[in-house]
Design a protein around this ligand. Structure first.
Ligand SMILES: [Zn+2]
Length: 127
């Protein structure tokens, strides 16, 4: 497959997309944290009947675990975006971290934060 070299404009576009995606994710993160805080507050209010308490606690724990896993995903994504932005600054953006070949341009446009070429991404997801 012929790999088109990324132009300055491509890099500017991708950096802008990464920045705006990062801002959105940070907003999501603060929403998740607000909700987690609200849940903690209502747990401490203590006006729950004894019979309801165990059921509510179970649901709350489940909800919190779900939130934590979403939060973890969001944090992972922010880290990937940060690293992609650092690579743009360093001039190493678009290079596969495993084989050192250029990452397919179409792939970068679809997922600007990826750091593996299609071949290596498929190889690592199979593992
Ligand atoms: Zn590769």
């Amino acid at each position: 497959m012929a790999v088109a070299k990324l132009t300055k404009k491509d890099l500017d576009d991708l950096a802008a997309r990464l920045q705006s995606e990062r801002a959105e994710l940070l907003e999501q993160l603060s929403t998740i944290e607000d909700q987690a805080f609200a849940a903690t507050q209502s747990d401490m209010s203590g006006d729950v009947g004894v019979d309801d308490e165990s059921a509510d606690a179970g649901t709350a724990t489940f909800e919190r675990e779900k939130e934590l896993s979403i939060e973890q995903n969001v944090r992972d994504l922010i880290q990937k975006i940060d690293r992609a932005l650092q690579r743009i600054d360093a001039g190493t953006y678009g290079i596969c971290q495993r084989c050192g070949n250029p990452i397919e341009k179409a792939r970068l446009k679809a997922l600007p934060y990826v750091d593996l070429c299609i071949k290596d991404a498929q190889a690592s997801s199979r593992r």
